[in-house]
Design a protein around this ligand. Structure first.
Ligand code: GLA
Length: 387
């Protein structure tokens, strides 16, 4: 991959003397969905798939960015210090937002740079291609310009840039998973305290298979921000009687006792998901460290049902994928993963059965929706690195 990236740099900018190559992963969330901005737990792992950058400092203030993934894309050039947003949908606003966030923190890079990006995570599929390019940019700039920042602070800064530069009010999960990934491990993160534990993912003859509906989550940002507002409104209603800081502070019993404080039935459903999903995530962590994949799988399925019925962030394509998956022996668990409204499902399947399940689910899915799904077997990978 290093050679590939160096060649790409040369094709775009003429030569590749002194160019350095970096990587940061995407992530798949095993369980704990829409809990991160509700002060709950999440349980993602970094992937070995991710985004690569070949980069070199310049002697002037120009910043030039190119992405191999954008068909017919061109080099995007800005002058350092001009932080206007090019056009709302331009991909370069994600990495450039990180340059902006650094400046907001008082870290001013003292020259521009040329960079080419290439990613092997499908975009818009809920596998955090955006967090991966953000974390990659922060990590490579830290190594290039030598400022002090640990990987947790990189994650926080990238979340800040996505919230404030890109207008997506995401929680911390994606950037944290990318910045703090550990090979062979999932990350059990308490998003309220930013305390985390690594849990070994021992699959013993099972595989993690990601099923991509190939429905892009275009509606993502607006619906996501709406869910966030609904959860916050529910929390406010509960706080009129309860001294809680977030929905993640509540047990299921407590929620049942006080849910009547939330007048709005939609907001009540959103809160119900956030509370129970957090409890499921804690149970799932305990199941995984005890090697109880059956219990883990059951929690995954409950998570999907709650995301579908109470949080309403699934979609027809994801529901078809999940119900088709559940028809087969050897499927321990399956659920939508990431923000929702399209994107991917994640499943745990017996290794001996995985190929057959993929074939059958793939064909039923195509019959039902009229286009093909993609399937990837993945392993938990490490965090950002220089190649
Ligand atoms: C997106 C966000 C995350 C998280 C998930 C849902 O991926 O970026 O912060 O909220 O959705 O769990």
């Amino acid at each position: 991959m290093k050679e590939y990236m160096l060649d790409l740099f040369k094709q775009i900018y003429g030569d590749n003397m002194g160019v350095r190559v970096f990587f940061a992963p995407g992530r798949v969330n095993l369980i704990g969905e829409h809990t991160d901005y509700n002060g709950g737990h999440v349980f993602p792992c970094a992937l070995t798939l991710g985004t690569y950058a070949a980069v070199r400092r310049r002697n002037d203030n120009k910043i030039r960015m190119y992405s191999k993934n954008i068909t017919k894309g061109s080099v995007i050039e800005r002058e350092y210090g001009d932080f206007s947003i090019i056009n709302k949908n331009n991909w370069s606003n994600y990495p450039y937002g990180v340059v902006w966030a650094l400046a907001q923190k008082g870290i001013h890079i003292d020259s521009g740079f040329d960079v080419v990006y290439y990613g092997n995570i499908p975009a818009g599929a809920g596998l955090s291609s955006s967090a991966s390019i953000e974390v990659l940019t922060a990590y490579m700039l830290r190594n290039l310009y030598g400022y002090e920042m640990n990987n947790v602070d990189i994650a926080l800064m990238c979340q800040y840039s996505e919230n404030n530069y890109n207008g997506m009010n995401c929680g911390i999960m994606d950037q944290f998973a990318s910045a703090m990934g550990k090979e062979g491990h999932a990350i059990f993160l308490d998003t309220a305290k930013l305390e985390y534990k690594y849990a070994p993912v021992k699959l013993n003859n099972k595989k993690i298979v990601i099923m991509n509906t190939n429905k892009r989550h275009n509606l993502g940002t607006s619906k996501y921000n709406e869910r966030r507002r609904e959860s916050e409104a529910a929390l406010k209603a509960l706080q009129t009687k309860l001294p809680i800081k977030s929905l993640g502070d509540m047990s299921g019993e407590q929620f049942e006792e006080y849910k009547g404080l939330i007048d709005n039935p939609v907001q009540r459903k959103r809160a119900k998901h956030a509370v129970y999903e957090n409890q499921r995530t804690i149970k799932a962590y305990n199941a995984l460290i005890k090697d109880d994949i059956e219990a883990f799988g059951r929690l995954m399925v409950q998570s999907h049902e709650s995301l579908r019925d109470d949080y309403e962030v699934s979609c027809r394509e994801l529901d078809i994928m999940v119900s088709e998956g559940l028809k087969h022996k050897g499927v321990y668990g399956i659920r939508m993963t990431g923000g929702g409204f399209g994107g991917c499902a994640v499943s745990i399947i017996d290794s001996d059965r995985a190929d057959e399940v993929v074939l059958l689910v793939g064909s039923e899915y195509e019959k039902a929706v009229g286009y093909k799904a993609d399937f990837y077997t993945v392993l938990p990978g490490g965090g950002p690195s220089e190649l």
